[in-house]
Design a binder for this molecule. Structure first.
Ligand code: BGC
Length: 350
C-alpha cells in the first residue's frame, strides 16, 4: 500500500512510498483510509521543524486528521465492517503520569506521550491503517465527505471545555465570543459557539472569500479589521485565539471584558520578537480577573463532544470548509497554500 512518509527534521523529505500493509493486533481494527486532512503541524513536519520518527526508524507515516472505513473489527469491539471511523491522535505516556493514568493524556505532564503521525507512531496517511478499538471513534455515516474534520473539531471541543471549566470558577453567563482566525480551527470554534447560543464574531485578514461566507452562513459576524479595533468595539467575554500570530495573541489578551477568558490554540513560530506592554496587560488581567489558558490536543471525552457537534452541524456547511481535495500521489499540490484554502484534504483511495 502507499503512504505519505517523511524523515522528521529533514526538510523536503516527504514522499509517497510503498510500505507493508498493517497487521492488526488483538483488539485492533483494520481500516481503509479514505481521506486525510492536512494542517499546520503537518506543514511544520514536512518543513523539517517538528516531528519524531518511531524508535529505531528514520521515517514516519504522516497524518493525524484521519477518516476511514472499517474493513475488519474484533467481535464485541462495538465496530463492524463498513463503519466510518477516525483514529485518536495521542496515546498516554508509558510511565504513566497522573494525568495520563486518569485518561487525560491531552494533559500529559512528563512529555512522554506519543502521537500518531507526529510523535513516534505512524500516522493515518496510508491506504490501510490499524487502530486499537479504544482509540477509534465511530462517526455518523452522513459524515463520509467531511469526517476528517473530526480531529480539529476535537481540539476545538477541548478548547471550549477549558473555557467553560475556567468560567465556572465564579458566576458565568457569557454572551459574546470573538474567534481570531478563520481557518478550520477558528471556523469550528465559531460553529461550537453558535451551537452554544452565543453571539459569535470571527476576525480574519481575508476581506472576502470562503471564510467570510462560512462565518455568515453560521449566522455569525465576520470582521476583517485590526483585531484591537474589533475587541474595542465588541468587548468579548471569551476569545478563542486560532492564529498563533504574536501580535494577534497579545491583542486578544488585552481585549476581553472583565472576567474575560482567552483560550490560546495556535502553535506560534518561535523567534519572532515583538514589543509589548506586559505591565499594562498584567494590570488589566489582575484587576479584571482575566484568564489566559493554553489548550492542545484532545482526550476521548472531547472526541465524543466533537462527534456530537459535527452530527448536529449542517453537512453542506461542513463540506464548505473543505476547499480542495487532492489525490495522495499529488500531495505536493496539497502543500502549496492558496489564498482561499480553508481545509485541504488528501484522498487516500485514488
Ligand atoms: C494536533 C494535536 C497535537 C498537536 C501537537 C496538532 O496539530 O491537532 O492533536 O497534539 O498538533 O503535536
Amino acid at each position: 500500500m502507499r503512504a505519505l512518509t517523511v524523515e522528521p527534521l529533514k526538510a523536503g523529505s516527504a514522499e509517497v512510498r510503498e510500505v507493508p500493509d498493517p497487521e492488526p493486533g488483538p483488539g485492533e481494527l483494520l481500516v481503509e483510509g479514505l481521506a486525510l486532512g492536512i494542517c499546520g503541524t503537518d506543514h511544520e513536519i514536512i518543513d523539517g521543524q517538528y516531528g519524531w520518527a518511531p524508535p529505531g526508524r528514520d521515517r514516519l507515516v504522516l497524518g493525524h486528521e484521519s477518516l476511514g472505513r472499517v474493513r475488519t473489527a474484533p467481535p464485541d469491539s462495538g465496530f463492524a465492517p463498513g463503519d466510518l471511523v477516525v483514529g485518536v491522535v495521542r496515546r498516554p505516556d508509558p510511565v504513566p503520569c497522573g494525568a495520563c493514568a486518569h485518561g487525560e493524556f491531552d494533559m500529559c505532564r512528563n512529555g512522554g506521550y506519543t502521537e500518531r503521525g507526529i510523535k513516534q507512531i505512524d500516522g493515518y496517511g496510508s491506504q490501510l491503517w490499524s487502530v486499537e478499538k479504544d482509540y477509534a471513534v465511530k462517526l455518523d455515516p452522513r459524515l463520509e465527505q467531511a469526517g476528517m474534520l473530526m480531529e480539529p473539531a476535537s481540539v476545538v471541543a477541548k478548547a471550549w471545555d477549558q473555557v467553560e471549566r475556567v468560567g465556572s470558577r465564579s458566576w458565568f453567563e457569557p454572551q459574546r465570543v470573538l474567534v481570531t482566525g478563520a481557518g478550520p480551527i477558528g471556523l469550528l470554534a465559531a460553529l461550537l459557539g453558535v451551537q452554544r447560543g452565543l453571539d459569535v464574531h470571527v476576525v480574519d485578514l481575508a476581506a472576502e472569500g470562503p471564510k467570510r461566507s462560512a462565518v455568515q452562513a453560521l449566522g455569525a459576524h465576520y470582521h476583517s479589521s485590526a483585531v484591537g479595533d474589533v475587541t474595542g468595539q465588541l468587548n468579548p467575554d471569551i476569545i478563542i485565539e486560532a492564529t498563533g500570530v504574536p501580535d494577534v495573541v497579545f491583542a486578544a489578551i488585552a481585549g476581553t471584558a472583565p472576567y474575560g477568558i482567552v483560550c490560546l490554540t495556535g502553535v506560534s513560530t518561535v523567534g519572532r520578537k515583538t514589543r509589548v506592554d506586559l505591565g499594562a496587560a498584567n494590570r488589566e488581567m489582575v484587576l479584571e480577573n482575566d484568564v489566559v489558558v493554553g489548550s492542545v490536543n484532545a482526550n476521548l471525552s472531547h472526541y465524543d463532544a466533537a462527534a456530537q457537534a459535527l452530527a448536529r452541524a449542517d453537512l453542506d456547511w461542513l463540506s464548505q470548509l473543505i476547499t480542495r481535495r487532492v489525490p495522495l500521489d499529488r500531495f505536493e499540490q496539497a502543500l502549496q497554500s492558496r489564498p482561499d484554502d480553508i481545509k485541504v484534504v488528501l484522498e487516500l483511495t485514488q
